[in-house]
Design a protein around this ligand. Structure first.
Ligand code: PMP
Ligand code: GLN
Length: 391
């Protein structure tokens, strides 16, 4: 295909590919991360009402004021962060656009952008679009979670480093960065005068006693951080694509400058519905959080029973499974991509190979990501099918 060299590695996202595979084979889709039940009824009705009320034309460039106010109010109440809805909050077409616009606006050819590896697929793609280069810092399993070594981050910084893209709770590993990790990142960002784009789309979905730490709240960070979040995961409305970026006015003005030429605006009737949800539906989110923790346990137990090794996620939608013992039993190579492409036939299930989140696919080869944001009966059926798998 006539795709420019910089974008050659990013032809089709694995999520589209694997969801299409699930549709064409009728397999259970534990690949792409989307819930199979709807968000709060009041929010759904608010969107329908907004359509009936004629909110069907372009909303204002930065998003409707009511939503920007609701976002600012939530950040203040839940995180103690103060953002002026007029100048420090920007509504975007999902977190994806917020991240893309931030990268395009703030880095250019010759710059380096550090990100945690494994990394969500859109980060390297937008860094490539901006002409910059990405540099990865690995997460490694330590004491039952994926951990970041602050020294690895320190070593990754060069005079060309301009930005760190963070993601916690993390996709795909389910790790939630700890206070020592966050403080280490903040110290390095301050020392080297780096910008931080923090992807917090799973901010409300942490389990057990794990707390989400927004890096923008740490000393010296507010002025250099673009905080990105989205309604998709918080309110189970991934298809609405209402996201946002918050930060100091000069950074948000820069992000807005890029964003206005990507989509200009989006989702007019969904904006008042998300404003409603942020204001009135946080009790629903609390229930989602506890039900997702149960689903995490349910799918993890099912995967272990089927012979996979897992690392217990602390947040988010996904659990990473080591497939090596299963593929050994099946007499197959421990190759996650081949395994995922064959999994509909082997077990009637779709998952996502972790290698797509790595610079060198070999590093992610023996791992596969499963989504547990599904109804219990679907999780149970998938687990039973995986346990009964044979070559
Ligand atoms: N970041 C991460 C880590 C994700 O998992 C996703 C998928 N929800 C996104 C960004 C994209 O979010 P949105 O759908 O709001 O664009
Ligand atoms: N964030 C979702 C996932 O990781 C998918 C979003 C997408 O399809 N781009 O599965």
């Amino acid at each position: 295909m006539p795709l420019v060299p910089a974008l050659q590695p990013f032809r089709t996202t694995i999520f589209a590919q694997m969801s299409a595979l699930a549709v064409s084979t009728g397999a259970i889709n534990l690949g792409q991360g989307f819930p199979d039940t709807d968000g709060p009824v009041g929010m759904l009705e608010a969107a329908q009402q907004a359509i009936r009320d004629g909110h069907n034309q372009y909303p204002p460039g930065p998003g409707i004021l009511e939503l920007r106010q609701a976002i600012a109010a939530r950040r203040l109440a839940d995180r103690g962060q103060e953002f002026d809805p007029e100048t420090e909050v920007l509504v975007t077409v999902g977190a994806t656009e917020a991240i893309a616009a931030a990268v395009i606006a703030l880095v250019q050819t010759g710059d380096e952008v550090i990100m945690l590896e494994p990394h969500y697929d859109s980060y390297p793609a937008v860094v490539a679009m901006s002409g910059a280069r990405h540099v990865s810092v690995p997460l490694r399993v330590e004491d039952g979670r994926f951990a970041m070594d602050v020294e690895d981050l320190r070593k990754a910084v060069t005079p060309r480093t301009k930005m760190i893209i963070l993601n916690s709770p993390h996709n795909p590993t389910g790790t939630v960065l700890t206070m020592p990790e966050m403080l280490g990142i903040a110290e390095i960002a301050v020392e080297h005068d780096l910008l931080v784009v923090t992807d917090e789309v799973y901010e409300y979905l942490t389990f057990d006693q794990t707390e989400h730490i927004p890096i923008g709240t740490l000393p010296g960070m507010a002025q250099r951080t673009v905080t990105v979040s989205s309604s998709g995961k918080t309110f189970a409305a991934t298809g609405w694509k209402i996201g946002w970026a918050c930060g100091p006015a000069p950074l948000i003005a820069a992000v807005r400058a890029a964003k206005q030429f990507l989509t200009y605006v989006g989702g007019a009737p969904f904006q008042p519905a998300i404003a409603y949800a942020l204001t009135y539906e946080m009790a629903w989110v609390e229930q989602l959080r506890s039900s997702l923790a149960d689903k995490r346990d349910r799918l993890s137990a099912g995967l272990v029973a089927a012979g996979f090794q897992i690392v217990r996620p602390q947040g988010g939608y996904f659990v990473v499974a080591d497939i090596r013992s299963v593929t050994a039993t099946l007499g197959r190579e421990p190759d996650g991509m081949a395994f995922c492409l064959d999994l509909p036939r082997l077990a009637g299930v779709v998952a996502v190979p972790q290698e797509v989140f790595h610079d060198d696919p070999a590093d992610g080869k023996p791992f596969v990501r499963f989504a547990y944001c599904k109804r219990d009966e679907i999780i149970d059926e998938a687990a039973a099918r995986l346990a009964g798998m044979s070559g």
